[in-house]
Design a protein around this ligand. Structure first.
Ligand SMILES: Cc1cc2nc3c(=O)[nH]c(=O)nc-3n(C[C@H](O)[C@H](O)[C@H](O)COP(=O)(O)OP(=O)(O)OC[C@H]3O[C@@H](n4cnc5c(N)ncnc54)[C@H](O)[C@@H]3O)c2cc1C
Length: 506
């Protein structure tokens, strides 16, 4: 059996890389015949970087991206307030600014190295399913069969349409110009700046590379007419900057333009039989906060490790949690982005003054900045189920597993998209010492067991972060979430085994 991936955007390519890392056969079908030069998404959040580290890509991204350390709210040339980024606890504690096309180049290269070819000019046209296989017809009439299908074919997903799954949502009414521009000189404000005028926001964000290369994002909802695709001219962008942004900032070149009409939508289901939706095929919303592409990367990893396990004999009920987990996260993200969109779309002068005052006040509260940074980083996503004793220290089942330094590397270094990791903090006082895992990391049925003790964790920070000073066991999923935390090694191993054999799944 194999997996078909429809769409070679960030979501489809990450899914294919995770499948390849698990030794699965997969085919990537892409409608386009040529590479897209489309800049679109700009930021990789901390959680995406952790996931991309799991397929060996984080270092390369760090080399070409830059770390965003805050944003300014401006009026003309004056900075009204500064939103500082408070780095959360992560090996990658920033937003890493890199245009989507740059990330896609890295993913494509890595797929080539992994021996996975992207079949271009191969648009999926129809999807049919049987008990044991899914069958896809391409535009040229070819029929391709596979065990599973991942529909990562973007917001206008053909796969979604073929599965008869509704995208529940609506147009929300704003229109934005987007462009990548070169400025005469680096302007004197932070790497991300926003002007909230009566015609809606105008934002500038520096792109990686030359200091003069910036993205402009301007609300054009009130404009009487628009330059339809490919978008605004240099003269029009310059006029926008002069009227609504900083003074004396000259544009010398326009490299990419687009028109973006805001809409929100969430697929009514993420799965039908052997076919799944992921990324923009499953959720669409405006780019405020830079969450969209990141959500897709996260979907891809969550789905691909589950499919790989099922292909190796795990029960298919392992796949059910993909929708429960990821659709809930997308719904919450849409709620949050919607509240930002409404705030930015305000036109009433009194409401705007109140909003501006609220934003300025909020930027001065350290706790608020910390919380905003954590939320934007997507590190606070959790899949906790049910009620638990609220005073437990350390992560609970369903939480993201924290990182900590070890004598040799870090806890996260032991994770990987192709295995579960069992952290062994030693038997609790009352437990049977024969339960202990070995001194050196070893792989037991696809689970890597790692001993954490005075020798490997001399400062005790791993034991502190996991709240297990007195011993215990933590089983980590291939996507870095806690599958089991407790004092029973046999139970931890049973849960891990259930993901390749029979029984309870996570
Ligand atoms: C103008 C704009 C600006 C944006 N800015 C941001 C931002 O600042 N931050 C952010 O996080 N997000 C942003 N986004 C959203 C971000 O671009 C998407 O979330 C991201 O591209 C989703 O990746 P994906 O792989 O799911 O889908 P896509 O990138 O859309 O990829 C889908 C792929 O599927 C292919 N395809 C389509 N139909 C078929 C078919 N029938 N068969 C086979 N292949 C098919 C397409 O050609 C494409 O390559 C922006 C989006 C737009 C449009």
């Amino acid at each position: 059996m194999s997996v078909l991936v429809a769409g070679a955007g960030p979501t489809g390519m990450v899914a294919a890389l995770v499948l390849a890392a698990n030794g699965e056969v997969c085919r990537v079908l892409e409608r386009r015949t040529q590479l897209s030069g489309s800049s679109r998404a700009l930021g990789l959040q901390a959680r995406s970087m952790e996931l991309l580290a799991g397929i060996g890509l984080a270092e390369e991204i760090e080399r070409v991206a830059y770390r965003l350390s805050g944003a300014s709210m401006m009026r003309g040339d004056t900075e009204l307030s500064r939103f500082a980024w408070v780095p959360p606890q992560s090996p990658y504690p920033y937003t890493y600014v890199l245009p989507q096309s740059g990330l896609e180049d890295i993913l494509r290269d890595r797929l080539r190295t992994a021996g996975v070819e992207i079949e271009t000019g191969a648009p999926v046209q129809t999807v049919a399913q049987h008990d044991t296989a899914v069958e896809v017809t391409l535009a040229d009439g070819r029929v391709v069969q596979a065990g599973w299908l991942i529909g990562a074919d973007g917001s206008r997903s053909r796969v979604r349409e073929e599965l008869g799954i509704d995208l529940v949502g609506r147009d929300t009414g704003e229109t934005y110009y987007l462009a990548d521009i070169v400025l005469e000189a680096r302007p004197p404000f932070q790497d991300s700046a926003m002007w909230l005028g009566p015609a809606g926001p105008l934002m500038l964000m520096r792109l990686p590379g030359a200091a003069e290369l910036w993205r402009i994002f301007a609300d054009m909802t009130d404009a009487e007419s628009l330059d339809e695709p490919p978008g605004p001219s240099m003269a029009e962008l310059q006029a926008l900057l002069d009227e609504r942004g900083p003074s004396r900032t000259r544009i010398t070149e326009v490299r990419w333009t687009s028109i973006y009409r805001t809409r929100v939508g969430l697929a009514a289901a993420y799965r039908q039989g052997r076919a799944f939706l992921a990324g923009d095929a499953a959720h669409v919303f405006p780019p405020f906060g830079g969450q969209g592409m990141n959500l897709g990367i996260h979907d891809a990893v969550d789905l691909a490790w589950r499919l790989a396990r099922v292909e190796r004999g795990a029960p298919t009920d392992l796949l059910a949690a993909y929708e429960t987990e990821r659709r809930t996260v997308a719904a919450a993200t849409i709620r949050d982005v919607e509240s930002r969109r409404r705030l930015y779309a305000l036109r009433n002068p009194v409401a705007r003054s109140l909003r501006d005052a609220m934003l300025r006040y909020g930027s001065r509260i350290p706790g608020a900045a910390r919380q905003a940074s954590l939320q934007n980083s997507q590190l606070d996503i959790s899949y906790r189920r049910g009620r638990e004793w609220p005073y437990t220290r350390g992560p609970r089942d369903g939480d993201r597993a924290p990182d900590a330094p070890l004598t040799d590397g870090t806890v996260h270094d032991r994770f990987g998209v192709d295995h579960f990791t069992l952290l062994d903090f030693g038997a609790c006082d009352s437990d049977d010492m024969r339960n202990e895992a070995p001194d050196t990391p070893r792989s037991v049925g696809g689970t890597v067991e790692v001993r954490i003790d005075d020798e490997t964790d001399p400062t005790g920070s791993a034991r502190d972060r996991y709240g297990l000073r007195r011993g215990g066991y933590v089983l980590i999923r291939p996507d870095g979430y806690v599958a089991y935390r407790g004092s029973d090694l046999t139970e931890a191993r049973r849960v891990a085994a259930a993901c390749t054999g029979t029984g309870q799944t996570v």
